[in-house]
Design a protein around this ligand. Structure first.
Ligand code: ZN
Length: 312
């Protein structure tokens, strides 16, 4: 049995996963951001101790929602919660609980989770997009996570798409993330309804506060013309990103995860069409764009898979 931990900006989850990939128990808690990393680590350890003591846990895998130095096994920082700079969380686990632990970023963990247990089962090569607040990416080549020479490969959300496009968190303009993340979709919709006051009735109805990506996809499903136009526009950019990955890596499949994948067919159909349009003809017959199968559990199941590979 392994312990899998998923640390995000708003909550964290722990799960016990058996060797056959079955999740036995799961605990999810909201993060008290004011307590910073110290509060989170204390509470994660407390819950982990409880789960590890009453079960035969041999290793722990941690998925972290932020950059991780995999080689050094340390968390680089968190944009959501203060105090995570240079934290060697696996070392703390080993010291406090006496079990070996391993950490990686949530996009790599999502890719691994889908590869081992989800939509990419049986693949050799896979490219994974985690589309939520931002866009994360994970690349699996020959059944292993591809990390690149500096450990930071897989930043598929920062593939440049539109010169002079909207500003991205990374400092550049027109990255895929700045155009198609959940946050960007909401922002584009806000701009569209304010500049076209007579259109987008269904999108407007869906709003409680800001317009969300979910509001846009729900409205598109109901046939709202403005929402459909927005989805088409998003899929042009996402299709460029997907075609770039397909042309570069020719994976067995490209898996779309994260909260935006809940949109389902209303996203997938135009995305496949657009990706196909930008592809080199030689890749066209092999294009497979799939939605993540594990939903919100991709990352935690990837962490479990990584822990299972640890030598105890
Ligand atoms: Zn960027």
């Amino acid at each position: 049995m392994v312990l899998a931990v998923d640390i995000g900006g708003t909550n964290f989850s722990l799960a016990l996963v058996s060797g056959d990939g079955k999740m036995q128990k799961r605990v999810t808690r909201s993060t008290d951001r004011t307590g910073g990393a110290g509060w989170m680590i204390a509470n994660i350890l407390k819950d982990s101790r409880g789960l590890a003591e009453s079960n035969d846990v041999t290793a722990c895998g941690i998925s972290f929602g932020g950059p991780v130095n995999f080689e050094a096994q340390s968390i680089i920082n968190s944009t959501h919660v203060a105090g995570w700079d240079d934290v060697m969380l696996p070392k703390i686990f080993k010291y406090e609980l006496g079990i070996p632990a391993v950490v990686d970023n949530d996009a790599n963990m999502g890719a691994l989770g889908e590869f081992v247990y989800g939509a990419g089962k049986g693949f050799r090569n896979l490219v994974y997009y985690n589309i939520g607040t931002g866009i994360g990416g994970g690349i699996i080549i020959n059944k292993e996570i591809y990390r690149g020479s500096d450990g930071n490969a897989g930043e598929l959300g920062h593939v440049p798409i539109l010169p002079n496009g909207p500003l991205c968190d990374c400092g550049n303009r027109g990255c895929l993330e700045a155009l198609c993340s959940g946050t960007a979709i909401g922002r584009r919709a806000e701009e569209a309804v304010s500049s076209q006051p007579k259109r987008g009735k269904v999108i407007r109805k869906s709003r409680f506060g800001d317009i969300t990506a979910k509001g846009v996809f729900d409205a598109a499903r109901k046939g709202d013309r403005l929402a459909l136009e927005l989805v088409d526009e998003i899929c042009v950019y996402l299709g460029m990103g997907v075609a770039t990955s397909m042309n570069a890596f020719a994976p067995d499949g490209i898996v779309i995860g994260g909260s935006v994948c809940k949109a389902g067919t209303v996203l997938l159909r135009p995305l496949r069409e657009q990706a196909d349009r930008f592809l080199m003809p030689v890749h066209r017959p092999h294009l497979k764009v799939l939605l993540a199968k594990l939903g919100g559990k991709s990352g935690i199941m990837g962490a479990a898979a990584l822990a299972m590979g640890l030598k105890t």
